[in-house]
Design a protein around this ligand. Structure first.
Ligand code: 1GP
Length: 252
């Protein structure tokens, strides 16, 4: 529970947590170290690590490099069961509860659980809810399931509550990496009001104002990925962290 408690404490003390997604297929070795340093000194609260395919390299050495550079938690955000590593601090144990595909509700979990146990990596049970976002995202395609229509906040809220009642510790509202439209504020609010576990919001968040709006509507964790694949945007990490940390004075 160490990493989960760290997230809860961060949410409590800062108002919300800011996690940066690192996809091993999308960041070169040369950029990884400077990016990690930049994120840490700019106020990010941790890293999510994962990708839909993981074609390049192995996840152990990728996470090892992160752990050498940073004391922030490295949390696996798995795209498949080959993304489990004993070097990580935790793994989001994702169930795609917006879908009705048994493989992503329980099937993969049966195969992954013994590996996670042997790796001694902390599993954090997470209800993963895919939200329609204007285009077919990789997450929707790979999960083989339909996303929640973006104009149906009540369906997202009922789905999240079901996840909470099933014992999930986090709810992740996912518009999909590189989504055209982020999760609607109204939906973030409906879900946050309905559940008592922290709500993560990610996908298509490309500016600090949008991140702030999600937090003001009840999001407890904000995730960005795609936007920082362009090095020219790195200088904005601090602005994202400031926008997410509702309870902290703005750092310059
Ligand atoms: C994807 O929620 C994350 O799983 C981040 O999305 O890459 O669009 O920021 P972006």
């Amino acid at each position: 529970m160490k990493t989960y408690n760290y997230l809860l404490n961060t949410i409590e003390s800062k108002g919300a947590a800011y996690l940066v997604l690192l996809d091993p297929d999308k960041i070169s070795d040369a950029k990884l170290i400077p990016f990690i340093r930049h994120c840490e000194k700019s106020g990010a609260d941790g890293f999510l690590i994962g990708g839909s395919l993981l074609i390049n390299g192995d996840i152990d050495s990728f996470i090892e490099k992160i752990k050498i550079e940073s004391s922030l938690p490295a949390i696996i955000f798995p795209g498949s069961i080959n993304q489990i590593s004993s070097i990580a601090d935790a793994i989001l144990f994702l169930s795609v509860i917006s879908g009705r595909n048994a493989e992503h509700l329980i099937g993969k979990h049966v195969m992954a659980s013994p590996i996670i146990k042997r790796a001694k990596v902390e599993p954090i049970s997470t209800g993963y809810i895919l939200i329609e976002s204007g285009v077919t995202t990789t997450a929707v395609y790979m999960s083989g399931s339909l996303p929640v229509p973006r104009n149906k906040p009540e369906i997202a809220a009922a789905t999240a509550l079901a996840g909470e009642y099933l014992g999930m510790k986090l709810i992740y509202l996912e518009a999909g990496s590189g989504a055209q439209d982020s999760v609607p504020d109204e939906m973030v609010r409906a879900v946050s009001e309905e559940c008592s576990v922290p709500v993560i919001v990610g996908g298509g968040i490309r500016d600090p104002q949008t991140a702030r709006k999600k937090v003001e509507n009840g999001a407890s964790v904000i995730v960005t990925g795609n936007f920082f694949e362009d090095e020219n945007n790195w200088y904005l990490i601090k602005d994202f962290a400031n926008a997410v940390h509702l309870k902290l004075p703005v750092e310059v």
